[in-house]
Design a binder for this molecule. Structure first.
Ligand code: ZN
Length: 246
């Protein structure tokens, strides 16, 4: 049998409702995945930043240790030289130099002490950040797994709906399909039945004249004046079983 335009759109609306319901089964999983991916990215950047700072502190500590050893050697050398001076002036000059090296060395030792504490703190922070990253990665893995499980459950059903949808679409003329798609942008239920002379999408009543016109020809598409949804005449009955026979 040849289906009317209204009937085909009613079938299409039914299939789209089923597909929308399948999509709803995902719940907030897709949202969760993208949020957790963003969180992971931030955590990775934080770990990298901490690693860089830690590297710099470590580098400073190892360079400073060598510098302090050199200064110790220099100090010892100066102390030796003090025994070989020829006059007081030379003695004073070396004494002043030793004093300077000692002060410098004291300052560097204090700086090294502070940086060593900093290094220990950074290592602890890095451990914590890495642990957080690991648990965040685990969380993301689990959410993705849940998502895939829902997908796999739906696969067969969804493929079937899509196949039926293609068949129906092939029978609908382009202007009608375009019209349906345009309404779909605003209302997921783009084609709705007339019930008790009202639009079942927005519940506003339909002028009697329009009802009469719709009855006379269900191959013309009428839309609700209030919400712009496509109106399916009340007498058109559409069931899942009907869709399967298309
Ligand atoms: Zn309406």
């Amino acid at each position: 049998m040849e289906e009317s335009k209204s009937q085909l759109l009613a079938y299409l609306a039914l299939i789209d409702r089923n597909l929308d319901e399948l999509e709803e089964e995902f719940g907030d999983l897709p949202q969760k995945v993208s949020e957790q991916e963003a969180k992971n990215k931030t955590l990775k950047a934080t770990v990298k930043e901490t690693e860089q700072i830690l590297e710099e502190v470590k580098e400073f500590c190892s360079v400073t240790k060598v510098t302090l050893e050199d200064m110790k050697i220099k100090e010892d050398k100066l102390s030796q030289q003090q025994f070989q001076v020829r006059n007081n002036k030379e003695f004073d000059a070396i004494t002043s130099e030793i004093k300077h090296v000692k002060e410098e060395s004291k300052m560097l030792t204090e700086k090294l002490r502070q940086e060593t504490i900093k290094q220990q703190n950074l290592e602890r922070i890095l451990d914590e950040q890495n642990a957080e990253l690991i648990s965040s990665k685990e969380e993301l893995k689990n959410t993705k797994k849940e998502l895939v499980e829902v997908q796999e459950e739906q696969d067969e059903e969804k493929a079937e709906y899509i196949e039926r949808r293609e068949k129906i679409i092939s029978k609908i003329d382009k202007p009608s399909l375009d019209k349906y798609n345009r309404v779909r942008e605003y209302h997921s239920d783009a084609a709705v039945k007339v019930k008790k002379n009202s639009c079942s999408g927005c519940f506003s009543s339909i002028p009697p004249q329009l009802i009469v016109e719709m009855r006379s020809d269900d191959d013309i598409l009428y839309t609700c004046e209030n919400c712009a949804r496509i109106l399916i005449p009340e007498e058109i009955e559409v069931s899942e079983a009907d869709v399967e026979t298309i």
